[in-house]
Design a protein around this ligand. Sequence first.
Ligand SMILES: *Cc1c(COP(=O)(O)O)cnc(C)c1O
Length: 366
Amino acid sequence: MIPMIDLNREMLYLKDAIQFSINDVLDSGIYVLGERVEALEKRIANYTNTTFGIGLANGTDALLLALKALGICAGDEVITTAFTFVATAEAIALTGATPVFVDIDPHTYNIDPDLIRKAITPRTKAIIVVHLYGRAAEMTTILEIAQRHNIKVIEDACQALGTEYGGHKAGSLGAIGCFSFYPSKNLGAFGDGGMVVTNDKDLHEKICELRNHGSRQRYVHSSIGINSRLDELQAAVLLVKMNYLDLFLERRRSIAERYTTELSPFAKTPSIFKDRGHTFHQYCIEIDHRADMQQYLKEKLISTAVYYPIPLHLQEAFAYLNYKNGDLPVTETISARILALPIFPTMTSDEQEYIIAAIRDYYLVN
Ligand SMILES: *Cc1c(COP(=O)(O)O)cnc(C)c1O
């Protein structure tokens, strides 16, 4: 079976370097928020050209603490997309604020800036922009709207570490950028991990406080925080993997390019826009008879996946917001048509050839 992602293959490729680095942590006797976490924070801040990185337990906490640091709370509204992983809106709800879902652009699958304008009310305090599948959202327009209305922009760049937009890295454009190091992400740990980046010293200090029980000084607690520390073992693994990030992203891009060349006569492949980058965390096509295609590919031993089959405004968890079918037509149409194909840096050319041939055969017969 060709998997969606093969982490084992990647691990074997990096095993010696990672093992060395892990042993180093074991010998150090320091396991949480030590020098490796600090080094990783500097490394990610450098990579994204931001001033501060703050290591956290996961990407969901990155979103939650970003919102909390900006003072978002009950009574506030936060605009976002319903075509994303649940964590984006979950973090908003956990602060007590109300997620306000707006529809997406049918070509980028990212939040539609024109619809943001229409959704702004006096209670709107922030926008969480998601760079879905690794594709940069329309940041220039969104930042303009936000500035005009005095609204903060948080970037959910959990799928987009390394993505570029007009010469800037995703995560560095808004007030705070959020990353996840979940194993399958562009930069994946051997467990959970996350990070926020920012250029704002006060936000940096506030998030450092919030990740450690609202404390800046041991046993002195100035706010209600959480435990969201990043541990040294994960940081050690991630520091090794950072050496390969750009190489791996280049592999993703060239696999994506080949899919697009070969599959665009048959299916809607991702639109490409100059100056607005894509790191292809996922490679998704749009097709008519998705269930048929998935079944056919499964019989050919090819994995596929759907990100995401039920948009957030129609999830039971958000039923209290009273959205209904038809409220976000583009989101609903795309979520019924989208199909993710296997893509990962260590995928072989033969594997991709086999996948492309199978899809081509499907269309020649059907
Ligand atoms: C993975 C992901 C998250 C959450 O990250 P975790 O580390 O799993 O908590 C948030 N938003 C998006 C878009 C993601 O893909």
